[in-house]
Design a protein around this ligand. Structure first.
Ligand SMILES: [Fe+2]
Ligand SMILES: [Fe+2]
Length: 482
């Protein structure tokens, strides 16, 4: 079988030869009804019968892997897709560096590997759950379609991780695969595993911020796992990254279009002061300071996903050859880091300062630093739009010590510039940095659906180009009567 082509004959599309693997095929077919039940219960609310113009992977060839067509979401062909195997691939880092990449689970690292897969897997259905109410307030059919595209692909990412569990981990893999369908985002007793995935995504600006900031954490984690010495995980993550790019595109262009619409409306109305919030809001657009507060919130919640400043788990996973650094294959060092150090921002004697730290224990922070650089690129594009309209305002990512719940800075309060605040000062000034109840109410008030082709809600500009080069009046979703 040609690995680049996907076999669509069976119940589960795949390019892993499931047809010749009856044990795993049966296990996945047994898991499938529970997945569909989960999708119907926790997937997009109110649009399960609608026809959505979605892309489906038909190949893993980077040059042309997707086809677009109308599909009802519960009938979407979720499948198992791995990037092609690299002949003779070696373990690229850690104590086993240079040995043949593992095609089976290395026994000594079984538990660690399973945990990495389960944690990644848990984020995928979580975001679908977080976003399930958004369809009702979509600002356009174009945006509605993008939301659903992200949702079905997060569903497929769950399939990707479940395949690894079912194929390589036997009975405990099966149990984990079931548990992934049982946990629920934000549930008091059975929450998802990571904090940011238990937060609400109450409005579309949050959705764009989430896909920009939090899906980008997903990208960093997948990049690190794509380096793995466990080859099936590496190949799985390499293909997931192809899909992930669209999610971040939705976030980046979504925020850009919100910013653009705000600037446009300000210009038309002759408002030059971005802090004249009341006047800007009267125009039916979201003022720039509130957009900044939303960015502060989603950025800080996402930083928590990188874990503690000093982490033995991260050190162990690297040492073992299971989880590498961002673009490990392009880094020029010994890829073992046994004696190396890395500067980490820490809380020392009550002050935030850099400290040289054993590089192995600092791997979470190294990944986080790479993340911050990556996240700043899109912020620069948002600021370019604001500058084009001549408005004196710049969106900035807050300091890494701001509004943290994990790691050393969880014990302190800091402003967006990293200045320490007392509890009392923080309480008093919190509304300067993070969305207040009234900010949230204002945004929620704007969230009125716009389901007519070619039309957009007041607070967001149309996209520059359509999906799959479709014209502006294309009906991306044919909404079925409920
Ligand atoms: Fe994902
Ligand atoms: Fe994603």
């Amino acid at each position: 079988m040609n690995i680049a082509q996907v076999d669509y004959d069976g119940l589960i599309p795949n390019n892993v030869g499931l047809g010749q693997d009856p044990r795993v095929k049966r296990a996945l077919e047994k898991w499938h009804p529970g997945y569909i039940d989960w999708w119907k219960e926790m997937g997009p609310e109110g649009f399960q019968e609608s026809l959505v113009y979605l892309r489906t992977a038909v190949s893993v060839d980077p040059k042309g892997w997707a086809k677009f067509d109308y599909v009802r979401m519960p009938e979407y062909r979720w499948g198992v897709l791995l990037a092609p195997q690299h002949e003779g691939r070696k373990i690229p880092f850690g104590v086993h560096k240079g040995e043949d990449a593992w095609q089976e689970v290395p026994g000594e690292y079984r538990a660690m590997l399973r945990r990495l897969i389960v944690i990644q897997g848990d984020t995928e259905p979580a975001s679908v759950e977080q976003q399930r109410h958004l369809g009702k307030t979509a600002p356009s059919l174009y945006d509605l379609r993008n939301l659903f595209q992200v949702n079905v692909e997060e569903g497929r990412h769950l399939w990707a991780m479940v395949y690894l569990l079912q194929k390589y981990f036997g009975a405990d893999g099966r149990e984990e695969a079931e548990a992934l369908l049982q946990r629920r985002s934000g549930h008091a007793d059975t929450p998802r595993m990571l904090g940011a995935f238990n937060e609400k995504t109450p409005d579309w600006l949050s959705f764009f911020m989430f896909t920009y900031f939090t899906d980008r954490d997903g990208k960093m984690q997948l990049e690190a796992l794509a380096q793995s010495g466990f080859d099936p995980l590496s190949r799985t993550c390499r293909f997931m990254l192809t899909e992930e790019a669209h999610h971040m595109f939705v976030g980046e262009t979504g925020v850009t279009r919100v910013v653009q619409r705000t600037c446009e409306a300000m210009k038309e109305a002759g408002i030059t002061d971005p802090n004249n919030i009341e006047a800007v809001r009267k125009l039916g657009v979201i003022d720039l300071p509130t957009i900044q507060k939303k960015a502060n919130m989603h950025f800080s919640l996402t930083l928590d996903l990188f874990g503690n400043e000093i982490s033995t788990n991260a050190a162990n996973a690297f040492h073992a050859g299971l989880k590498g650094r961002y673009r490990e294959d392009r880094l020029k060092d010994d890829h073992q880091l046994e004696g190396a150090t890395y500067p980490v921002l820490r809380l020392i004697d009550g002050k935030i300062q850099n400290a040289d730290t054993p590089a192995l224990s600092a791997l979470n922070m190294r990944l986080r630093d790479d993340y911050v650089v990556d996240a700043n690129i899109g912020v620069g594009r948002w600021n370019k739009v604001i500058a084009e309209y001549g408005i004196p305002f710049e969106i900035k990512l807050p300091h890494v010590a701001f509004h943290r719940h994990i790691g050393e800075f969880a014990s302190i309060k800091a402003d967006v510039n990293g200045n320490l605040l007392s509890e009392a000062e923080w309480e008093k000034r919190r509304g300067e940095f993070l969305p207040s109840d009234s900010d949230r109410e204002f945004i929620e008030g704007l969230m009125q659906p716009q389901f007519e082709p070619a039309k957009f809600a007041s607070w967001i500009a149309p996209p520059r180009v359509g999906i799959d080069n479709k014209p502006g009046d294309f009906e991306y979703v044919k909404i079925a009567d409920a």
